[in-house]
Design a protein around this ligand. Sequence first.
Ligand code: MG
Length: 378
Amino acid sequence: MPTCAALIVAAGRGSRFGGSLPKQYAPLRGENVLRRTLRAFASHPGVQRVVVAIHPDDQAIFNATAAGLPKVSSVHGGAQRQDSVRLGLEALAAEAPDLVLIHDGARPMISAALIDRVIAGLSGADGILPAVPVIDTLKRVDGDRIGETVPRENLVRAQTPQGFRFPAILAAHRALAGESLTDDAAVLERAGKTVKIVRGDEANIKVTTMDDLARLEGTLGETRIGQGFDVHKFGHGDGVWLCGLKVAHTQGLVGHSDADVALHAATDAILGAIGAGDIGQHFPPSDPKWKGAASHQFLRHAYDLLLARGGSLTHLDFTIICERPKVGPHRAAMVASVAKILGLEEGRISVKATTTEGLGFTGRQEGIAAQAVATVRV
Ligand code: MG
């Protein structure tokens, strides 16, 4: 087995990205883009070492990004991408691995299978480039005018990781120091060596804009649905709490907390979607701490658990079941109240109500029942 190092290029400032952080440090479902990239290489059995070329200003955020990952260390990059790669290769020169895989830090969707293909390809070449076909018709333009149609036969789109025999790419980078070629395959080509291609991966996109990041977020994770149900009975009082709102009524609801039956159902719905138990486990009625507690904190706690898992709430749908009080006049305010508790757009919250046609305990006006369904992405 040849020894193999990965060199991750993450020193750029990402001028096209427009966020407050360089794109490689932008959050992506619970971790940042670069950490996801690093995990792919650090966990690959064929890669013994991962060196990351970073911007000197990013040392602190890099340390936090790489915390706990095996095999990973950093080196300060240079002004241009090519400088950063050369400095990273120099950092590996002492141990001189047989192979090096040079990869963009902003390509977090790199798969173990593609890493395998690049390593395997290097048994028959000095350089390997993963390539994907050009599918769209290509046009050369002059301002807003079409100049010509470029034949796309024999054209491919180059991805990373580009793999190299280490001595060959180190020598080529040393010889071409100070130039600014677009990728490392071009550096090796200029040194007169042959670069071959292997099949790339359409999923292995480079995050360049906020739109790329948003698209990527949409493809990650899975949709889950959790449901919650709760009942509280009527007792003395002058109103009931529903969805974090006090609604005037001739009675109150009895409960250890403020008895907000709707928020309790929603709390259980979110906990259910992430398999995190139920509201009684998190906030035991036996604990005097929660006596008379405002239930928005229960919902917020469940939501924070979801966020901590890198999840997001797509939609939260309530059904409040009672004869009285009438929910309709308060529906919009309830939606606004829940949206405010969660810091989400009102469009993600739905409040509906129904009676049970006078039947059962809700029909006899002994209490209020509530159901909630949470759709989450985790
Ligand atoms: Mg309850």
